[in-house]
Design a protein around this ligand. Structure first.
Ligand code: ADP
Ligand code: MG
Length: 252
């Protein structure tokens, strides 16, 4: 069963067609990297899948649940709010800018949703949070506030926060692009260890070497289109597509 299935998804902002007929699947345990130039629609795609942005048409299924489908006129119809709420609890999101709650300690950032949304026992949630922080090498930072952490540490907290909900699927939108090169490595290492544990992930990234090492498949987007969807070897080493080759040349 596909954990994520996107079919013929299209989205415009006014006259600007940002996503054109996007289709792809993600199977359980797969790691998919999405690469492409700035402005090609990568963030909008993740936002549309997560319904932070409305689509014009297309189908999206997450964990076997229909989140959008087309009506008889080809316009998107959405699942109800309860379904969306339930699905959001199965999805983790990690953004470029960490998006931690600034007025909450690291521990509270991680336990907030498990305790208040999932109604987990507070002690239990804190124990899980401490285990996750340990895994991220941040056990000693539980009582700090986000502003006292480096960017790399904040990003590891935001990954721990996402993992605290035991997600079926994790999305990353350029998780390292706000970080100095020396802090980028620590985040890539964490994501790599999640890949080894067979976490299902969709990762928008400009780190080509990393994408090539950890991905089962790589999607190249340009101008709102999926230009390629293949193995790292197919996309990075054997692409016959001129746009892909031009894009990748910039990274050599
Ligand atoms: P990427 O993440 O690949 O850099 P984005 O998805 O952020 O690309 O943007 C794709 C295109 O959509 C860009 O031309 C961008 O300017 C436009 N865009 C994104 N968000 C909005 C918005 N809220 N309103 C209007 N245009 C937008
Ligand atoms: Mg983006």
């Amino acid at each position: 069963m596909s954990i994520l299935s996107v079919k013929n998804l299209s989205k415009s902002f006014g006259k600007l067609e940002v996503l054109n007929d996007i289709s792809f699947n993600v199977e359980k345990g797969e790691v998919i990297s999405i690469i492409g130039p700035s402005g090609s629609g990568k963030s909008t795609l993740l936002r549309c899948i997560n319904q932070f942005e409305k689509i014009d048409s297309g189908e999206c299924e997450i964990c076997g649940i229909t989140m959008t489908r087309n009506d008889e006129n080809g316009k998107a119809v959405y699942a109800d709010n309860k379904t969306l709420h339930d699905i959001r609890l199965k999805i983790g999101l990690v953004f470029q800018n960490f998006n931690l709650f600034p007025h909450m300690s690291v521990l509270k950032n991680i336990t907030e949703a498990p305790v208040h949304v999932l109604k987990q026992d507070k002690m239990q949630a804190e124990q899980t949070a401490m285990e996750l922080l340990g895994k991220m090498g941040l056990a000693d930072k539980a009582n700090e506030y986000p502003c006292n952490l480096s960017g790399g540490q904040q990003q590891r907290v935001s990954i721990a926060r996402a993992l605290a909900l035991s997600p079926e699927l994790l999305f990353f939108d350029e998780p390292t692009s706000a970080l100095d090169p020396e802090l980028t490595g620590e985040i890539l290492k964490v994501i790599k260890s999640l890949a080894e544990e067979k976490m299902t992930m969709v990762i928008v990234t400009h780190e080509m070497q990393f994408a090539s090492e950890i991905s089962d498949r790589v999607i190249f987007m340009d101008g709102g289109y999926v230009i390629e969807n293949g193995t790292p070897d197919e996309v990075f080493n054997n692409s016959q597509n001129e746009r892909t080759r031009q894009f990748l040349e910039r990274y050599h």
